[in-house]
Design a protein around this ligand. Structure first.
Ligand code: GUN
Length: 289
């Protein structure tokens, strides 16, 4: 019988740990951590993500600020807002919610963030530090996945791990973390140009699906006993919910789960852990001051 890796529960425990550290800081007269978010336009998913991130801040006792900008804002106006947050001594960390409108270069925006305030861990300096194993801010989703594997005592040493997807914010950085000393997995990254993707997935002891294609991973691809981590969060139409949509993972959960030793659900798996990473990075930023 498969077991569920409960990201919601784990994120709740970590939030309690962070809330205790915030209370300790407050008790000894130290600064309350402060996270800011820049939200451009009114993409439905982004609105929800940012609202949840701000709710998390309140839950652990952080201060938070939301900076809203219009869809037709210029790149330079966003960079000006970033510079203001870079200079603001009260803001410990901040994020610019992605995706951005097509006329904005995400890499220019990311590079404008002070690496010391980069709560998402997306700045090239922080990615570089992560690649060579230095301490620092970690990208949110990879951090969340590694933390789940550690807290559930899932063995990674010497195990075959297949990461599906090579995005800058999930697949690529996660593949690096999993192969590092301490995690010690043997990692294969597969992507849209990989030949015979199933043959790679079939060899995996640990499968991480991060491609954003609902139900892509099917039972035929899975080695019995595998651990399956589902990063997919695609919104699909649903008659069952009040909002008219629900989140769909990249894994055909119903048919894949019975073959697994461990599996993450969607929702309630990786997603809540991703948000906790922001709190972790912001607390780290405040404590390095
Ligand atoms: N969009 C999807 N995931 C993320 C994330 O982790 N951070 C930001 N800033 N935007 C996102």
């Amino acid at each position: 019988m498969y077991k569920i890796i409960d990201g919601k529960l784990t994120a709740g425990l970590i939030k309690k740990e962070i809330a205790m550290k915030v209370a300790e800081r407050a008790g000894s007269g130290k600064k309350i951590p402060h996270l800011a978010a820049i939200l451009v336009g009114s993409n439905g998913s982004s609105e929800t993500y940012v609202a949840n991130k701000i709710k998390d801040c309140h839950e652990v006792g952080f201060r938070s600020t939301l900076v809203r900008m219009d869809d037709n804002v210029t790149e330079n106006q966003i960079i000006e807002a970033i510079r203001k947050l870079n200079r603001d001594p009260d803001v410990d960390g901040f994020i610019v919610q992605l995706p951005l409108p097509d006329h904005i270069s995400e890499s220019r925006i990311t590079e404008a963030i002070d690496p010391g305030k980069d709560a998402d861990g997306f700045h090239p300096v922080n990615i570089g530090r992560m690649v060579i194993g230095l301490d620092g801010y970690l990208p949110a989703t990879p951090y969340g996945i590694v933390e789940l594997l550690k807290r559930y005592n899932i063995e990674t040493t010497g195990r075959e791990c297949v990461v599906i997807g090579r995005s800058n914010i999930v697949g690529r950085p996660l593949s690096i973390l999993l192969s590092q000393k301490g995690m010690d997995a043997t990692v294969t990254v597969v992507h849209s140009r990989t030949k015979d993707i199933s043959s790679h997935i079939k060899r995996a002891d640990i499968v991480v699906a991060a491609l954003g294609s609902p139900g892509f991973v099917t039972a035929e691809m899975i080695k019995p006993g595998a651990v399956v981590i589902d990063v997919g969060t695609t919104r699909i139409a649903s008659a069952e919910t009040k909002s008219g949509w629900k989140l769909a993972g990249d894994v055909d959960f119903e048919n894949v789960a019975p073959l697994c030793s461990w599996i993450t659900p969607v929702p309630g798996g990786v997603g809540p852990m991703t948000r906790v990473a922001l709190l972790r990075n912001t607390l780290l930023a405040a404590s390095l001051k």
